[in-house]
Structure formats: C-alpha cells, structure tokens
Design a protein around this ligand. Structure first.
Ligand code: FPP
Length: 256
C-alpha cells in the first residue's frame, strides 16, 4: 500500500497547512507518582487520562495521525508487578473510551509485536482495531510491545519472505516499499516527535520514521500533559525550518 504523503508539493508554497502526524513518547509517569508519594501504578493510570485528553484535543489542532509509545520491547525488564500494570492499560483505556473512539471516527491500530501478550490482551487490541477499521477522520497508533529496531527487522523479514515466495526480487526493494512494510506503513512519517519529562532521546521509538521528524522536548511530565502543551509543541514545530537535506531558495542564491 502506498504511504500517504503529507509534505507540500515541491516548489509550491502550501496554501493551507497540511494535516500533521505527531508522535509522542509518553514519559514521566513514574516521576509524577514519586513526587506525590504514590505508587508508580497510579502514575501510569494518570498517564492513560492524559492520553484521553490528547486524543480528544488533537483533531482540533490539524493533527490527523497520532502515534504514542505505550510499552517498549525494553519495558519487559521492569519489575513484574509494574509490567502487569502496564499490560492492563490498553484494557483500561479501551473499556472507557473505545465506544467514543468508534463513534468519533478514530481508527485505532495497536502496533508492535503481539508475542508475549496475554490472549485476553491480544483479543482486546484486535477488537479495538476491528471496531474502528472503517474510520478515517483521525488515526491513532498505539505502539505497544514496540521497538523501532525490532520493527525494522520484522519489515526486513517480511520482504525476505516475499522474495523467498517469488513475489519480489531484491531489486524491487526501495525506501518507499520498505516504509510500507513497517508497522506504521499506512501512516505518513511523523512531522514531529514530542518527548515530555525532560529526557532527550528516542529510546528506540520510530527509528526509521524519525529520519526527518523534528524533535521537540518539553519539561512537563506526561500525566500533566495538556492540550496547551500540545499547542505549544505545534507552535515550536512551526518555527522549525524543514529542509529535508536541501537548501532553502534564498540560501541557494547566496551560495551561487
Ligand atoms: C514511561 O514513563 C511510560 C511508560 C512506560 C508507559 C506509558 C503508558 C502510558 C502513558 C499509558 C498508555 C496507555 C495505553 C492505552 C497503552 P516512566 O514510567 O518510565 O516514567 P519515569 O521515567 O518517570 O519513571
């Protein structure tokens, strides 16, 4: 499937701003809880409430795709009780919000490996995807048991399987085809990736897709994250000069 393109046509000024794909590393739940003398569990639950707020606010801010990092392939190394709590979050979220997401035109995808997830959780995620499959107003990708490196390996394996089955040759592989094999294959690349909580790294999130994403770091813990913070991130993004490896016309004249 072709990857939708949300960049303005080359050489033409955008008439109206194209819709955005925003990706968020939802970080800081643990610190939020610790500052309040609460168990980390309650930080994660407050994180679900923040996710609800942002999913509700995003469509009104010209955002059409939202990809959030809910559980990384590395998070399995946390204490068992915390892993169990994190595993319970999609159920908590969908129980309270799936009907609304379905009604409001949100297409949900849970991206990442299903390996290691309980049967119950796999079923819940599958149900969220099926019930919202026809929606097109807004796209919500929840990265769960997701790792950027693992996703790249899985895409490479999928292509190798196509070659082995005689459906493709190695020469057929290019960046567009490869991008389509990633878990995010049906979304355009993110325009910007936000990481709240003051940490400044990607932590294995959307490694391929981040190639030309702007990175925005904000000093707020995820459970406190509000629509105003998202608005501020968009304002920051709009100050960035995206060149995609080329030069802006004025600089090219100066160089010539
Ligand atoms: C990182 O904060 C956050 C996580 C590992 C979990 C993120 C999950 C949510 C915000 C809820 C997601 C909801 C769904 C539906 C999956 P941290 O615990 O590492 O915080 P710390 O760095 O302050 O310790």
């Amino acid at each position: 499937m072709a990857v939708p393109d949300n960049t303005p046509p080359k050489g033409e000024p955008a008439r109206e701003a194209p819709p955005l794909h925003v990706a968020i590393v939802m970080d800081g739940n643990g610190r939020w809880a610790k500052r309040r003398g609460l168990p980390r569990t309650l930080g994660h639950r407050a994180g679900v409430e923040a996710l609800k707020r942002i999913v509700e606010a995003a469509p009104g801010m010209n955002i059409r795709w939202l990809t959030v990092f809910g559980f990384s392939t590395e998070n399995w190394s946390r204490p068992a009780a915390e892993v169990a709590e994190l595993m319970a979050l999609p159920k908590r979220y969908f129980e309270s919000d799936l009907a609304r997401l379905e009604r409001e035109g949100v297409r949900v995808r849970v991206i990442g490996s299903r390996e290691g997830l309980s049967r119950d959780l796999v079923k819940i995620c599958g149900e969220a995807e099926t019930r919202t499959a026809a929606n097109e107003r807004f796209y919500l990708n929840i990265a769960f048991n997701y790792g950027g490196k693992a996703d790249i390996v899985a895409a490479a394996r999928r292509f190798a399987e196509e070659v082995a089955a005689g459906r493709a040759t190695p020469a057929d592989l290019d960046e567009t085809r490869f991008a389509g094999l990633l878990a995010t294959g049906e979304s355009p690349p993110p325009d910007f990736i936000v990481r709240p909580s003051g940490e400044q790294r990607l932590s294995n999130f959307m490694l391929w897709e981040a190639a030309y994403a702007e990175l925005i770091f904000q000093d707020v813990l995820w459970p406190d994250y509000s629509a105003a913070d998202l608005k501020a991130a968009i304002a920051e993004f709009q100050t960035r000069n995206r060149r995609y490896g080329t030069v802006v016309p004025d600089d090219a004249l100066a160089a010539g």
